[in-house]
Design a protein around this ligand. Structure first.
Ligand code: PRP
Ligand code: ADE
Length: 177
């Protein structure tokens, strides 16, 4: 059977209207993860893109970025480092704030999670406003990392996030929108 991998992933992502609040359509990746074929197609898309590229680490964003990021790191024979929501990491941390619709949030990394000059692929499930990925990229850059690309499964281009990440000087890759 001939399938277009991007279309295949897009049709399995579940759109949940009015969640977590009225007017928001939540893009739910759990059906993609649950189905062995689409999970493999998804990971393989990332593997084909990054296989053979000079990378040292994959950094995945809490929480859904952990799922794809850790599997991808394993497949590429790279280490994985978590970018966590505030207050979850036990050792010395650096933090970056970002804006949510109401108020602020922050992400943290361990200060020893990246060495200066390491080439890092940053990954999450979705880019909406881009605030999360931009904050994660700032953290990595403060630690001296070279962020080779910011990747996600889903782009919501109407929210301008992927453009904002590109405008910050980063390369961006998303599987579908
Ligand atoms: C979601 C998503 C991204 C972020 C994208 O995470 O997984 O990390 O929002 O939004 P942005 O581009 O506007 O920053 P969320 O903060 O809902 O946390 P979760 O993964 O713990 O559900
Ligand atoms: N994070 C921010 N906006 C989102 C959306 N529409 N679906 C899933 N995760 C999100």
């Amino acid at each position: 059977m001939q399938i277009d991998p991007t279309q295949y992933i897009r049709q399995i992502i579940r759109n949940v209207p009015d969640w977590p609040k009225p007017g928001v359509t939540f893009r739910d990746i759990t059906p993609v993860l649950q189905d062995p074929r689409s999970f493999r197609v998804l990971i393989d898309l990332f593997v084909y893109r990054y296989m053979g590229q000079k990378l040292d680490l994959v950094a995945g964003v809490d929480a859904r970025g952990f799922i794809v990021g850790s599997v991808l790191a394993y497949e590429l024979n790279l280490g994985f480092v978590p970018v966590r929501k505030k207050g979850k990491l036990p050792f010395n941390t650096v933090a970056e704030e970002y804006s949510l619709e109401y108020g602020n949030a922050s992400v943290e990394m361990h200060t020893d999670s990246v060495r200066p000059g390491q080439r890092v692929l940053l990954i999450d499930d979705l880019i909406a406003t881009g605030g999360t990925l931009l904050a994660a990229a700032r953290l990595l850059q403060r630690l001296g990392a070279n962020v080779v690309e910011a990747a996600a499964i889903i782009d919501l281009p109407e929210l301008g996030g992927s453009q904002a990440v590109k405008d910050s000087g980063l390369s961006v890759y998303t599987v579908c929108s």
